[in-house]
Design a protein around this ligand. Structure first.
Ligand code: COA
Length: 297
């Protein structure tokens, strides 16, 4: 079972035998957080003004957050924790390894795999990343460094991406005589268009932060992707928690459908917010000229 640790202001997050510094301490030091340890993956529940934000952090520095079976299993557990957490309103995914978001699949482990092992692992990678994509809360991926191969495929599963200075994103798999196998051929094409996705996948070229922004892979290219992600998540905290989930479901489920069916999906999602206390609270707060206090019910 995961260990719960209370993390005091401006300190290091300790989990298991490891100690990892939280970057961007200027912001993190403003609140307490509760970290759930998964060894190479940490889930933090931010407190104070950021109450409701969960931060999933990858931390496998020796191979630049490359996904082994172990890291993938821990990441899968972290997703389950966040999904089951009814107080989690927005999720940020980031790396604690300086200069890298994730180097993708663990190619050292791959060397030890049989052909059938490879197929099974890639299936698990695809399933786990899809499970992250299917989280009901809005998700933001903070890409501060290289997001290559499976690293970018994972970031593509977030609702929003921010890239920090020094970020590089790309799908270099064809250079390794394989193809992106954790959703990259499908999600990148849907995000930036088929022709641009083909160019990136056929050449295996990576883009810097500004290019990633111009190509439509990232919503924001900034100095520090994590700080921008925190800013976006904080802005979302002002929205009703049930409304956030309903809006995500409406957009994600409805957009791939024809418009008439999509509008029916929107109607079903709207029906979820009509009976909520939060909807009435928003109306009252507006008439009383005060900020609403949402309770997520
Ligand atoms: N799988 C396994 N090990 C990896 C890895 C991966 N995907 N990516 C990096 N590593 C290992 C390196 O082999 C090296 O190990 P070593 O210390 O035993 O030699 C260690 O991580 C550090 O790598 P290095 O390249 O020196 O780090 P860097 O900070 O200079 O560069 C990257 C980081 C991510 C830009 C670079 O490692 C890279 O391009 N990796 C390959 C990414 C890739 O092609 N992914 C596609 C997977 S399908």
């Amino acid at each position: 079972m995961s260990a719960l640790k209370f993390v005091p202001r401006g300190s290091l997050v300790a989990y298991g035998a490891k100690i990892a510094p939280i970057r961007s301490a200027c912001v993190v030091s403003r609140f307490f957080s509760v970290a759930v340890s998964h060894s190479e993956v940490t889930v933090e529940a931010l407190k104070g003004e950021h109450d409701g934000i969960r931060v999933i952090s990858l931390n496998r520095p020796s191979v630049r957050n490359a996904f082994s079976r172990k890291l993938l299993g821990e990441f899968s557990n972290a997703i389950d924790d966040v999904r089951a957490d009814s107080d989690a309103r927005v999720v940020i995914l980031r790396s604690l390894v300086p200069g890298v978001f994730s180097a993708g699949a663990d190619l050292k482990e791959r060397l030890t795999m049989s052909q059938s092992d490879v197929g099974a692992f890639v299936n698990k990678l695809r399933e786990t990343f899809s499970k992250f994509e299917a989280l009901p809360q809005p998700t933001v991926a903070a890409i501060d460094g290289a997001a290559l191969g499976g690293g970018l495929e994972l970031a593509l599963c977030a609702d929003i991406r921010t890239v920090g200075k020094g970020a590089r994103v790309g799908l270099p798999e064809t250079k390794l005589a394989i193809i992106p196998g954790a959703g990259g051929t499908q999600r990148l094409s849907r995000l930036i268009g088929i022709s641009r996705a083909k160019e990136l996948i056929f050449t295996g070229r990576s883009l810097d932060a500004n290019e990633a922004f111009r190509w439509g892979i990232a919503n924001h290219a900034v100095e520090d992707g994590f700080l921008k992600s925190l800013e976006l998540a904080s802005e979302m905290l002002r929205s009703g928690p049930i409304a956030l989930r309903a809006a995500k479901a409406a957009i994600t489920t409805g957009t791939p459908l024809d418009l008439a069916t999509g509008l029916k999906v929107e109607q079903l999602c709207y029906n979820e917010v009509i009976p909520t206390d939060d909807r009435m609270e928003a109306l009252k707060a507006m008439s009383e000229k005060r900020p609403p206090l949402f309770k997520g019910r």
